[in-house]
Design a protein around this ligand. Structure first.
Ligand code: DLL
Length: 437
């Protein structure tokens, strides 16, 4: 079975890969300057002409682009091709402010789908597989991206979209799905539902899952692998840069290979914008290298990662990024302490709790309140019959949280099934302080 979708590119010697990136980058800058007024103005303001960009290192002369720039340019401001050459629109979910709309030419779609195809082949997918796509279809890129990738691989594609979980399981069984694609929180829910239906992993044929679109921890990976009897792989991407498949995990499951022939990655200090050396944690910045409709130069993702180029047992040479710790704007500052939802997830799962939780932050007077609701499993619920047992469990979980976070949350242990399940990206944080500001 093929190990790679595009072997030559995926295993290209690093020096050659870097030369390819540089060649494409110089062309991309020129293309953008010539075809996009917004960029031309931005570069003119800085006094930079495409001729000043002579090597990959010169990227540092270019200004960063942020989400608010994209919102300002909505909808057509960053389009670099005439609309008649575009064939697709996708969009971010736009929970805060205006949506970002991304445009694709056929060439852009091909690149994007090839990146997703690489991810599917990396988890052992081939034309013998049945790929169940349970990411949402529509403006969200999850469904469309993995769907297109599955077609490119030649797998039998099951376009379920998200939701209707019992039907997902029925189709999964009846049609022998072997690879499941959805968000990790939805995968956890499917695993739970399988159990509730009296079924076990032996009743399904899945071997792997490609899960992304939201942060998830190693503990969550183990939980999903066990409940579905599969190997769970991470996939990362963002609408602005194309969608899923900007990077993906291979069999090593130790970080995601960035598709460097299409996307150039930098890590910067989010406060100063300084480019950090490989191995440092910082904000991920992407430059597209060969996009047509919606090329972006130095786009700040707000995702916090570490990049590492190391010899990978899978044979791929492309640099790896660690699991994003979360967006810099997902980080909560509670009573002056930085808190990430992923830290809370780690503690919960390590202590044997379910991945069904919600974080509630508010401000009363001048003080932050910090509550975590976590659901008990049926077994725990039965076990903790006495209030004193429940109290002891709550105390021990609280102290594990204090050790991890450095501050004390108020823990609430809830009855099974009391937190709404997610079929897409889970909403983990309710920060009411934002309403007061
Ligand atoms: O979430 C694209 C996608 C779809 C990726 C399906 C993977 C699978 P957006 O809706 O534009 O696009 O959201 C992008 O989601 O900047 C990250 O903050 C977060 N994100 C995406 N993948 C991961 C991941 C899609 N594997 C934003 N781990 C990104 C952590 C992720 N966060």
């Amino acid at each position: 079975m093929a190990k790679y979708f595009q072997e030559e590119i995926e295993t290209m010697p690093v020096e050659q890969l870097k030369a390819l990136q540089e060649e494409k980058f110089l062309k991309q800058v020129k293309f953008v300057y010539e075809n996009n007024e917004y960029y031309r103005n931005l570069m003119d303001e800085k006094g930079i002409k495409p001729e000043d960009i002579k090597s990959m290192d010169d990227i540092q002369k270019l200004p960063f682009l942020t989400k608010s720039d994209l919102r300002e340019a909505y909808p057509y401001g960053l389009l670099s091709k005439p609309l008649k050459d575009c064939v697709r629109i996708q969009s971010t979910s736009g929970t805060t402010g205006r949506r970002v709309v991304a445009f694709y030419t056929q060439h852009d779609l091909d690149i994007w789908e090839e990146c997703c195809a690489r991810a599917i082949v990396a988890v052992g997918g081939s034309n013998k597989d049945v790929v169940q796509v349970a990411y949402g279809y529509g403006l969200f890129t999850g469904g469309a991206g993995l769907h297109g990738g599955s077609h490119k691989v030649g797998s039998l594609t099951l376009p379920m979209s998200s939701g209707n979980t019992e039907r997902q399981i029925q189709f999964m069984r009846d049609l022998n799905a072997t690879i499941l694609c959805c968000t990790p929180s939805y995968a956890a829910y499917i695993g739970e539902k399988l159990h509730d239906m009296g079924l076990t992993p032996d009743d399904i044929n899945l071997k792997a899952g490609i899960f992304g679109a939201e942060p998830w921890t190693e503990e969550m990976r183990q939980n999903i692998e066990k409940s579905l009897g599969i190997k769970a792989y991470d996939i990362y991407g963002l609408t602005e840069i194309s969608g899923p498949g900007v990077s993906f995990e291979c069999e090593a499951q130790t970080g995601m290979h960035i598709n460097e022939d299409h996307f150039y990655a930098e890590v910067i200090d989010p406060d100063t914008g300084e480019v950090l050396p490989e191995g440092s944690e910082g904000e991920l910045v992407f430059t597209s290298l060969d996009k047509e409709a919606f090329p972006l130069l130095r786009y700040r993702t707000r995702d916090l990662v570490v990049l590492k180029r190391e010899k990978c047992p899978c044979g791929r040479t492309h640099i790896k990024m660690c699991k994003p710790k979360g967006r810099s704007d997902d980080m909560m500052i509670i009573r002056g302490v930085n808190v990430f939802p992923s830290q809370i997830e780690t503690v919960l799962l390590k202590c044997g709790y379910t991945p069904n939780y919600q974080i509630l932050v508010d401000r009363v007077g001048n003080e932050d309140t910090f509550d975590i609701n976590v659901e008990l499993s049926e077994e725990q619920f039965k076990k903790y019959r006495e209030e004193s047992d429940l109290d002891a469990a709550r105390k021990s979980l609280t102290s594990a949280m204090v050790t991890m976070l450095g501050i004390r949350p108020k823990m609430h242990l809830l009855a099974p099934k009391s937190i709404v399940r997610s079929e897409g990206k889970a909403v983990r944080i309710i920060d009411k302080r934002k309403l007061h500001d």
